[in-house]
Design a protein around this ligand. Structure first.
Ligand code: SAM
Ligand code: SF4
Length: 331
C-alpha cells in the first residue's frame, strides 16, 4: 500500500490535510459562529484518537506530509496533546501544526511543543480589547496575548503566525497596529479575506477587505517587498523594505489559489472534504467502524480525492454556500 501518491482528477498531488479535532469552541467569532453556538456533535459521532491516527497513517503513506490540526477550537478537545503526539509519531508526517484561538495556550503550549507541534497559527483579529470582544464575543485579548508570549518562549515553535480575518468596516483600523506588531516582534501577521462560511450567512462580497487594499494601506507607511512564493502556499508573503518583519496576505476571494491547491480536509465526525466549499463529503468514520482496513480506506480516499473540485465559485453567480460553516469544517 501507499506507493502511488494521492492525486486528484486534475493532476494535483495532495500533500496537506487539515484535521478538525472538534466542532466545539470557546469563542463565538461573528464571522464563524452564531452568538448562541451551534448544535454540537455527540461524543460518539466524533472520531476517536485511534481513528484519526488510522486515517492520517493511510494519508501519510500516500505522501500527505503536512498535517494541520484545527477545529472548532482544537485545544478544547480533551487530551489534545496526546493526539498530537500520536500523529507526530506517524511515519511520513513531516510537518504537524495547529491553528488555535490562543485562549488555552498558556495551559497547553508546553505540552503541545513537547508532543511535536512545530508550527502554530494563532488567530487574533484585533489588538484592542473592546474590538476583540466585539468580534469574538469574548473579553479575552489579554489572555490570548499572554498565551502567545508563553508560546514564543519555545524556540521549536517559531515562526509563529498570527491570522486576522479581514472584514470591511472593521479591519481597516487594525491594519497599521498589526503592521507595527509584525515589525517589532518575530510574529508573521497574515490577513485572511473573509469567506462565505459564516454561520449567520451574512457574508456579502462588499464585506471582503481585500489583501490588495490592506497592502496598499501598509505600503503608504512602510514599503514592502514580495518574498518568493512557496509552492502550494496560501499566503503571499512580504517583508518590510527596511528588513524589519514580515507580513502575509491570504486572498482566497480576490485572488483564488485553487490551481495548485494540494489540500484536503477531515471533519471532526470523520468526513473527507476535498475543498473548503465542497457540497459533497465522503464518510470515512462509517467504514472504519465497520472494520475497514488500511487498504480499503486508501481506496475510498483515492476515489473521493479524484473528484476534488477544480476551483471554488465564491463571488460567481450561482455560488452555493456549503451547509457546514467554518467551525464545523475546520478552517
Ligand atoms: N478556533 C481556531 C482558530 O480560530 O484559530 C481554529 C479554527 S478557525 C475555524 C480557523 C481559522 O479560520 C481562523 O483563523 C479563523 O479566523 C478563520 N475563519 C473562520 N471563519 C472564517 C471566515 N468566514 N472567513 C475567513 N476566515 C475564517
Ligand atoms: Fe471558534 Fe475559531 Fe470559529 Fe472563532 S474562528 S468561533 S475561535 S472556531
Amino acid at each position: 500500500m501507499g506507493i502511488e501518491p494521492l492525486r486528484d482528477g486534475h493532476g494535483r498531488q495532495i500533500g496537506d490535510v487539515r484535521v478538525s479535532v472538534t466542532d466545539r469552541c470557546n469563542f463565538r467569532c461573528q464571522y464563524c459562529m452564531p452568538a448562541e453556538g451551534l448544535p454540537w456533535l455527540e461524543r460518539a459521532e466524533i472520531l476517536r484518537f485511534e481513528e484519526v491516527a488510522q486515517i492520517v497513517r493511510v494519508l501519510a503513506a500516500m505522501g500527505v506530509h503536512d498535517v494541520r490540526l484545527t477545529g472548532g477550537e482544537p485545544l478544547v478537545r480533551r487530551d489534545f496533546p496526546q493526539l498530537a503526539a500520536m500523529l507526530a509519531g506517524i511515519e511520513g508526517v513531516q510537518d504537524l501544526s495547529v491553528t488555535t484561538n490562543g485562549f488555552l495556550l498558556q495551559r497547553d503550549a508546553q505540552a503541545l511543543v513537547a508532543a511535536g507541534i512545530t508550527r502554530f497559527n494563532v488567530s487574533i483579529d484585533s489588538l484592542q480589547r473592546d474590538r476583540f470582544y466585539e468580534l469574538t464575543r469574548r473579553d479575552a485579548l489579554d489572555r490570548v496575548l499572554r498565551g502567545l508570549e508563553v508560546l514564543s518562549g519555545y524556540p521549536e515553535a517559531h515562526p509563529i503566525k498570527i491570522n486576522a480575518v479581514a472584514i470591511r468596516g472593521f479591519t481597516e483600523q487594525e491594519v497599521l497596529p498589526f503592521a507595527e506588531l509584525a515589525r517589532r516582534t518575530p510574529y508573521e501577521v497574515r490577513f485572511i479575506e473573509f469567506m462565505p462560511l459564516d454561520a449567520d450567512r451574512a457574508w456579502t462580497p462588499e464585506q471582503v477587505l481585500t489583501g490588495a487594499e490592506i497592502r496598499a494601506a501598509i505600503e503608504a507607511v512602510h514599503p514592502l517587498e514580495p518574498l518568493p512564493r512557496d509552492l502550494h502556499a496560501t499566503a503571499r508573503v512580504y517583508r518590510f523594505a527596511d528588513g524589519q518583519g514580515r507580513i502575509g496576505f491570504i486572498n482566497p476571494v480576490s485572488e483564488p489559489f485553487c490551481g495548485d491547491c494540494n489540500r484536503i480536509r477531515l471533519t471532526a465526525d470523520g468526513r473527507l472534504r476535498t475543498c473548503l466549499f465542497s457540497l459533497n463529503e465522503t464518510d470515512l468514520r462509517g467504514p472504519i467502524r465497520e472494520g475497514a482496513g488500511d487498504a480499503e480506506l486508501e481506496q475510498i480516499i483515492r476515489d473521493a480525492v479524484w473528484r476534488k473540485e477544480l476551483k471554488h465559485h465564491v463571488g460567481e453567480p450561482g455560488f452555493v454556500q456549503p451547509a457546514r460553516t467554518m467551525s464545523a469544517i475546520g478552517g
